[in-house]
Design a binder for this molecule. Sequence first.
Ligand code: TK8
Length: 353
Amino acid sequence: MTKKKWLLLLLSLTMVISVLAACGSSEDTGGTGSDGDASQGEESGNGDAMVLRISLGINNHHPLYESALHFKELLEEKTDDFVVEVYHSAQIGDDRVATEMLQMGDLAITIPSTSPLVNFVPEYGVFDLPFMIPSEEVADAVLDGPFGDKMLALLEEQDLIGLAWYENGFRNLTNSVRPVEKVEDLKGLVIRTMENQIHLDAWSELGANPTPMSFAELFTAMQQGTVDGQENPYPTIELEGYPEVQDYISDTNHVYTPFVFLFSKPIWDTLSPEQQELIRETALEARLFNRERTREVAEQSKEKLKELMTFTEISDEERARFREAVMPVIDKHADNISRDIVEEFMAEIEKHS
Ligand code: TK8
């Protein structure tokens, strides 16, 4: 055997060993303890199956994690082409980092809140406008209709494939300083918002002192008192353990922000049309589970939070004052979002309300 052949043999042996190693780590596909070293697009131990990693910012108690596992089960049942691994708690990266990894083709799937996506697609700010969507039913109708499809299609220019809308939900305020029952109670409270100018402006209009922060840093910030409060849907507040560091909660319901199921376009483009269709169909199928489960959990979480925290209900009158106070942000941001999109969004809401 020539030297060159020996070298080739050695090389292929090393490859076999690394494929075997990847196989070991992909057994832990529940993702809980995975250390995230199986790089994207690598073949898994399952024959020629491609590993699709899903990155979530939220933890593994949240229904979004169950939904990602459900997607995994459904897809792996339908085909041997893919092995899905689910990573939670921003192990791979927060919403923004994971989205950037999708753009580069370094990660297949993430399911972020829409709000940090305004940095990629300004039109996504439409979902951040406060007090727009009145109910979950209207949210579903708007997101599942032509408006939602149009919003998903806008992602493609950013090398992202938007496959489905998942449920995050109506957001509610918590803090560690005092019960918030009226607008005046917000004065001076340091509130963490998502990295999004509309949320920042809305809380400023209300007299609070908002500060943007990645979700991954939020718990520590509350624990250390860097922020007094934050706002998120009930499941997140309960299941991320916020009652440990926050005493007060108010049912502000000030905005409905969705999650969006994103796929990396560079990876998508390597798949066959059949594979793409299978993934799309499965993301939509798992969406049904996701909504039902998240809403069920939201009700349970709300009840638990009533036991764990001082729960303040905002009266209709007071909610009208909150709404009035934040109205200037709509006009301020409409051009940046696109006036057409804002008008279309409002018309859709109207139509389904
Ligand atoms: C999790 C986030 C989170 C969001 C936030 O990745 O940042 O407050 O509501 O759920 O997307």
